[in-house]
Design a protein around this ligand. Structure first.
Ligand SMILES: *Cc1c(COP(=O)(O)O)cnc(C)c1O
Length: 413
């Protein structure tokens, strides 16, 4: 065996134009890299966490005391949210793409009995969990949720707010109302909607648990903090039946954010080692969101998504998504079947678009933190070049005219 010390790892700058991570904001990077060395009980780190908690409540529109963030990425927040689901619990999960599909797997893992785990350890078939599979590209509707909850009367109901796999917006209002009507504790994967959509948790009283991520709408770094929020109904359920986790138990995890026994306290208490760098970055990302304002940002996403959608449609693509931060498309008929090749060509050039991760293979182009004329033009041009390179035909003049008419100026002006 030979041993070598590798050269320092250098990672190039790329354009993150997929479903996420987004383009971490320069202000966030600056906050991350300029944080001093300080331990997790240092006064400013603890104060930063308390301030983050208050900013999160403001951004998410909630009085839920148990609103804080979990170290890690989206799955860390989701695992924390699902931690109160116990073996044998009756659950209904709606899956309409890659991510809600993994959420449904997580729910089966949590609700499976020991016998069910032994029978199929990597994919337990929990009899108490009903997964409603909604075909790729279709939304979960309120009527669907109403109908299924009326029949099954589960303890827990789950849905993704925005299913990033297929680019679908699901019916939050219908889901919340159905949960209220049928006494289900509603759980939502809000990983891709927080920081992009203008909505308030407290407008959806049927939903008791929410989980998001740092690196999509909030423009922060992955492996910083995944926001979560829990209503009193969720915390009561957790207190009654517990959770098989120390680090992902919301009651324990909240303590470091200054939430103890359902009350805000002045200073967080030890739970685990938190990172001053991550706290500083997350704090800046939340400040950025509040300074810009969610209503304004949500409007901006819709405006720029519409331009990108129309530009790729003018190139002969068919857009099948309805998510303001992401366009999911089929290539023009003459390039059908070559989606992977196109995505790989783009990625090799640092233009980080994505395929869908489950069938059918489609192309996903995201605009996280790319909300201006120059950035959208750059994405449109890079995509148009990739289409041309594979033999597709693009009328560059028409595309240019479309961009100019939508933005009212040329970039040079
Ligand atoms: C991105 C995403 C996830 C996974 O989040 P990570 O930050 O990659 O752990 C889960 N659910 C949805 C809806 C997502 O978009």
């Amino acid at each position: 065996m030979t041993f070598q010390i590798y050269p320092t790892l250098e990672i190039p700058e790329t354009l993150a134009a997929g479903p996420g991570p987004g383009n971490t904001d320069a202000r966030v990077l600056q906050a991350f890299s300029s944080a001093g060395v300080a331990d997790h009980m240092q006064g400013d780190v603890l104060r930063g966490m308390i301030e983050c908690k208050h900013m999160l409540r403001e951004i998410w529109g909630t009085d839920n005391t148990y609103t804080f963030a979990v170290a890690g990425t989206g799955w860390s927040g989701l695992d924390t949210m699902f931690s109160a689901v116990m073996p044998g619990d009756k659950v209904v999960a709606f899956a309409n793409g890659t991510f809600s599909g993994i959420d449904a797997l997580t729910l089966r893992i949590k609700a499976a009995t020991p016998e069910e785990h032994t029978a199929n350890p990597m994919d337990p078939q929990a009899a108490s969990v009903t997964v409603i599979e909604v075909p790729h590209g279709q939304p979960v509707t309120g009527e669907m949720v109403e109908e299924v909850l009326a029949v099954h009367k589960p303890k827990w109901a789950f849905m993704a707010h925005w299913e990033t796999g297929s680019g679908r917006v699901n019916d939050l209002r219908g889901f919340s109302d159905a949960c209220e009507r049928h006494g289900a504790i509603g759980l939502i994967d809000a990983v891709s909607s927080l920081g992009v959509a203008d909505f308030r948790i407290d407008d959806f009283p049927g939903i008791a648990g929410w989980a998001s991520c740092p690196q999509k709408g909030l423009c922060c770094l992955p492996l910083t903090y995944a926001p979560v929020s829990f209503s009193a109904a969720y915390i009561d359920a957790l207190k009654t039946t517990g959770a098989y986790s120390y680090v992902h138990n919301p009651i324990f995890e909240a303590r470091h954010w200054g939430i103890v026994d359902g009350q805000d306290v002045e200073k967080g208490t030890y739970h685990r080692t938190h990172s001053g760098y991550a706290v500083a970055a997350f704090h800046e990302a939340l400040r950025l969101t509040l300074q810009e304002g969610l209503a304004k940002r949500a409007h901006s996403y819709r405006t720029h998504e519409a331009v990108l959608r129309d530009a790729v449609t003018a190139m002969g693509c068919e857009v099948t998504s309805d998510m303001p931060s992401l366009v999911v498309l089929n290539l023009p008929p003459e390039l059908a079947g070559r989606e992977m090749e196109l995505v790989q060509n783009c990625r090799a050039r640092g233009f980080g678009i994505w395929p869908t991760l489950s069938a059918p293979v489609q192309v996903r182009i995201g605009i996280l933190n790319q909300l201006n004329h120059r950035s959208i033009s750059r994405i449109v041009h890079l995509f148009a070049e990739a289409v041309c390179e594979m033999g597709g035909s693009v009328d560059f003049e028409a595309i240019e005219a479309l961009l100019e008419s939508r933005y009212g100026t040329s970039i040079a002006a």
